[in-house]
Design a protein around this ligand. Structure first.
Ligand code: OSB
Ligand code: MG
Length: 362
């Protein structure tokens, strides 16, 4: 699916998304769609859409197909028992089982997982722009549209002048944050320490994903809270973050952590520790978005999520109705509809399909 506009982060640009979708069937013929968040290139994490395809076919599928499961909570432990990594591939399968459970029970995914909100506060994630003036216009327009937070992608060489321009033009009250996708190192600490003057809500993932120790050292030099994204792959990583004070806010993406059970556990641990969380995004289609919206309806999602409406990404989404946001920057949780709360536009999915494979229990 071509993106409405290219999306540039510190490590690369996406203009088009090859999206891996799953349609999971249970023994009674109930079906549910889910989505893998892996990108085409390993710009965000080592997984890609092709490694996920391989992992699902070779290792993940065979561990769940035809296997009686007590419920969706049983999926990740089974996959994690002997398979290392491949969390995005695992998450795609795990979330499909949650979708199935919601369909079977005739309940919304949000209520199945214990979500309580009826609306989700929404922020926008804005890629690296050609120049600061273009960024200012993008952020200005987004805040006028109602977005409750603007996340600005940064990298060395495209940070201070950009953040300064936006803060200067849009005023002290504009809800701004930055996301570096691991573009900085300890050599940049003096530089990063100057970000405090922009009064950002948070700085997301400045350092490498496996570097909780150095994130803690950086947090000691900043009053702006650090938010961890790539670093948080499990509840144990949250424990490490809390022990070390590596970050004070967590971006939860179910696709990054192995699915909804892990996302919920991370939510609960953060709530107990008084750490605010918000739901991130991975430029998902309307299918992946349904899982993010359901997750973000849980009580400790107290900051605006990267849950933009369909039109921000796609000319035409693959779900009906498309996801929308109101002028107050809220996305409505489809609590009155069973399952994902949206219908998959099968004709459109078929037209966009370049490759498909059926996996069965043997
Ligand atoms: O770091 O949050 C990120 C998109 C692709 C990969 C990584 C990230 C993002 C975003 C986009 O920020 C959020 C969205 O889906 O709108
Ligand atoms: Mg991020």
């Amino acid at each position: 699916m071509p993106l409405v506009e290219p999306f540039q982060i510190s490590s690369g640009t996406a203009s088009l998304r090859r999206i891996l979708l799953l349609e999971t069937h249970d023994a009674d013929g109930v079906t549910a769609w889910s989505e893998c968040v892996a990108g085409e290139q390993p710009y965000y994490s080592p997984e890609t859409v092709d490694t996920a395809w391989l992992a699902i076919r070779e290792w993940i599928g065979p561990r769940v197909l035809g296997v009686p499961l007590a419920g969706p909570d049983a999926v990740l432990p089974r996959l994690d028992a002997d398979l290392r990594g491949h969390l995005m591939a695992k998450a795609a399968v795990e979330m499909g089982v949650w979708g199935l459970a919601a369909e079977r029970q005739g309940t919304s995914l949000a209520s199945l997982i214990g979500g309580t909100r009826t609306q989700i506060a929404t922020g926008i994630s804005i890629g690296i722009q050609e120049n600061p003036a273009r960024l200012v216009e993008k952020v200005r327009r987004a805040l006028e549209e109602g977005y409750q937070k603007a996340k600005i992608k940064v990298k060395p060489g495209a940070d201070l002048t950009y953040l300064a321009a936006v803060r200067e033009e849009l005023g002290a009250g504009a809800p701004l944050m930055a996301d570096a996708n691991s573009a900085y190192t300890t050599a940049d600490f003096d530089h990063l320490a100057t970000f405090d003057r922009f009064n950002l809500m948070m700085i997301e993932q400045p350092l490498a994903s496996d570097d909780l120790v150095r994130h803690a050292a950086l947090q000691r030099r900043l009053t702006t809270p650090l938010c961890l994204d790539e670093s948080i792959t499990s509840v144990d990583r949250v424990e490490d973050m809390l022990t070390l004070d590596s970050g004070r806010i967590v971006n939860i993406k179910p696709g990054r952590v192995g699915g909804l059970a892990a996302a919920r556990a991370i939510h609960d641990r953060c709530a107990a520790a008084g750490v605010p969380v918000w739901c991130g995004g991975m430029l998902e289609s309307g299918i992946g978005r349904a899982y993010n919206v359901a997750l973000a309806s849980m009580p400790n999602f107290v900051l605006p999520g990267d849950i933009s409406p369909s039109a921000r990404y796609w000319q035409q989404d693959i779900v009906i109705p498309a996801w929308t946001m109101d002028t107050a920057g809220m996305v409505t949780v489809p609590r009155d509809r069973p399952g994902l709360g949206v219908t998959v536009d099968r004709d459109r999915v078929e037209n966009l399909t370049v490759r498909s494979e059926t996996l069965t229990a043997d």
